[in-house]
Design a protein around this ligand. Structure first.
Ligand code: XMP
Length: 512
């Protein structure tokens, strides 16, 4: 049976990272409710071999009224148990340690002194950098516990039960700033919990297929394919589970990049034999967008039309389910107005509420890079597995001003040139996005000795980790020059190219 570590979620912002770090060590890990009981764990054991529990961090103080608790009986189970941050304080509080309520805050990178390099801290150096974020502090543990590490502000920064396999760490080993965090988890899962390390991503695939089958039986589902890695992956997984009961719907809005609709169609019908519905809605989209210049209005129109089209298809097929490629970061409430706007307006993810279909999200626990790994394992080509982000409203928000078949044609050709040249220069992997924007500005130029009065194209090429902030990329001049020359030579409507040198903030990645 597959070994499993359960992570009790006390609402810490890194909770999900813990499960991920464990999976990276080839041990299956799942996040569970903090009030899980020993009986519920026994139920887990029908499917997995639960070898350990991690009690996550959380924003509370153990002294707060209504502070969340876990079932004390868990501490009597013969499992490896690790409390992190709030989990560490909570264990200390339960077993009679002295926990000082929240005055002496410790935040950021801190030097930890390892007093006893045993168990979870085995083979670690005397001093190590760890990442802290806490206010309650454990000052003392009862006699049946020993202190393994301290910091300037935390006399008990790590502890261990003398006989049982119960550990606590005040710091966050899941955060990259904790040097050797991986080693601590490795010690925990392999030495403390005696896991075998027998879980691999293929198991995720098998498990997901099984879950989808169980949930849907013989019912019908649709999935909105955008061509991005998430929806593509979800489609392939669901297809494996449901076969022809799944219909993948791809809407050609006329706002996609050059050759993209054709290539998506080829991949999903020829390589994967999906039940594929290609909806040519170009005319409908252009008609709906006619005369519209306002960016948010464009998004609204596109979003609405998407919904209408999916409603039509769902009705036609008799679908009861909607498969979505939502991944874990999509679910994090960043709380920023901006993230909210992006999500609510125009992602195909905005479909479900309106469609009245039951939603299945097979990738909801995965991070992007995990999705890419699975995508490769499922045989998706690199052009999808490593596709750069492309906004839901497509080229419409890269045309400043009215979206027409003509303006879209110009920006699409320019975009294709940017893509080709960036690829040729071998820069593709280090860039977050690279594209062209058509500006509503005409300027005077001279081409072939003739005065011209034509369009301007802006180049947007940025580096970013998550799209929330971005830097304009320092592209070599010769690459910029090739892009500029090709666009002005090959696209008769354009006579001027400018390079956007704005970071985000204050700019955004897209111009609209
Ligand atoms: P901004 O322009 O907000 O872009 O800095 C950040 C990231 O989000 C993408 N983006 C969108 N994605 N629908 C999407 O699905 C949209 O309306 C949208 N607007 C921006 C953008 O391409 C970048 O990756």
């Amino acid at each position: 049976m597959t070994d499993c570590i359960l992570v009790l979620d006390f609402g810490g912002q890194y909770c999900h990272l813990i499960a991920r770090r464990i999976r990276e060590l080839n041990v299956y890990s799942e996040i569970v409710s903090p009030d899980i009981t020993p009986e519920e764990i026994a139920k887990y054991n029908r499917r997995y071999d639960v070898k350990g529990l991690i009690i996550s961090g959380g924003p509370q103080s153990v002294y707060e009224e209504n502070a969340p608790r876990f079932d004390k009986n868990l501490l009597d189970l013969d499992l490896g148990i690790l409390g992190l941050c709030y989990g560490h304080q909570l264990i200390a509080h339960y077993v009679g340690g002295r926990v000082e309520p929240g005055e002496r805050k410790e935040y950021g990178i801190t030097k930890a002194i390892i007093d006893k390099p045993v168990g979870i801290l085995k083979d670690l150096n005397k001093e190590g950098r760890v990442w802290m974020s806490h206010s309650d502090t454990v000052l003392e543990m009862p006699d049946n516990y020993e202190v393994l590490a301290h910091t300037d502000n935390s006399p008990v920064a790590a502890f261990k039960h003398k006989k049982k396999r119960i550990y606590g760490l005040q710091w966050h080993p899941e955060v990259v700033h904790t040097v050797n965090g991986e080693k601590m988890f490795r010690n925990f899962v392999y030495d403390v919990c005696k896991c075998k390390g027998n879980w691999i991503m293929e198991d995720f695939i098998e498990e997901s297929i099984k879950k989808i089958k169980e949930r849907m039986g013989n019912k019908k589902a649709i999935i909105a394919l955008s061509g991005g890695v998430d929806s593509s992956m979800a489609a392939i997984l669901a297809h494996r589970a449901m076969g022809k009961n799944l219909t993948a719907v791809f809407v050609d809005t006329g706002l996609m990049r050059k050759n993209e609709p054709e290539s998506i169609k080829r991949i999903f019908t020829e390589d994967f034999d999906l039940n594929f519905r290609f909806i040519d809605a170009k005319e409908r989209f252009f008609k709906a967008l006619k005369g519209t210049e306002d960016p948010e209005e464009k998004r609204r129109i596109i979003g609405e039309l998407f919904i209408r089209i999916f409603e039509e298809v769902a009705r036609d097929i008799g679908a009861e389910f909607l498969i979505q490629g939502t991944i874990y970061p999509d679910r994090i409430e960043s709380g920023t107005q901006h993230a909210f706007t992006i999500k609510s307006h125009h992602n195909v993810g905005g479909l479900p509420d309106v469609l009245g279909l039951e939603i299945v999200e097979p990738l909801e626990d995965l991070y992007k890079d995990e999705v890419r790994v699975v995508a490769k394992k499922l045989g998706l080509p690199d052009e999808i597995a490593y596709r750069h982000p492309f906004p839901g409203p497509g080229l419409a928000i890269r045309i400043i001003g009215e979206v027409t078949p003509e303006s879209t044609g110009i920006v699409r050709e320019a975009d294709a040139i940017v893509k080709e040249e960036i690829k040729k220069a071998g820069l593709e992997k280090e860039l977050w996005q690279f594209f062209a924007i058509l500006l509503p500005i005409k300027t005077v130029g001279v081409q072939g000795d003739i005065r011209t009065y034509r369009n301007t194209v802006a180049l947007r090429i940025v580096q970013s980790v998550d799209g929330m902030t971005a830097n304009f990329a320092e592209i070599p001049y010769d690459v910029l020059e090739r892009i500029s020359t090709r666009i002005t030579n090959e696209i008769p409507e354009v006579n001027r190219i400018v390079y956007d040198i704005t970071h985000k903030p204050p700019g955004t990645v897209e111009w609209e």
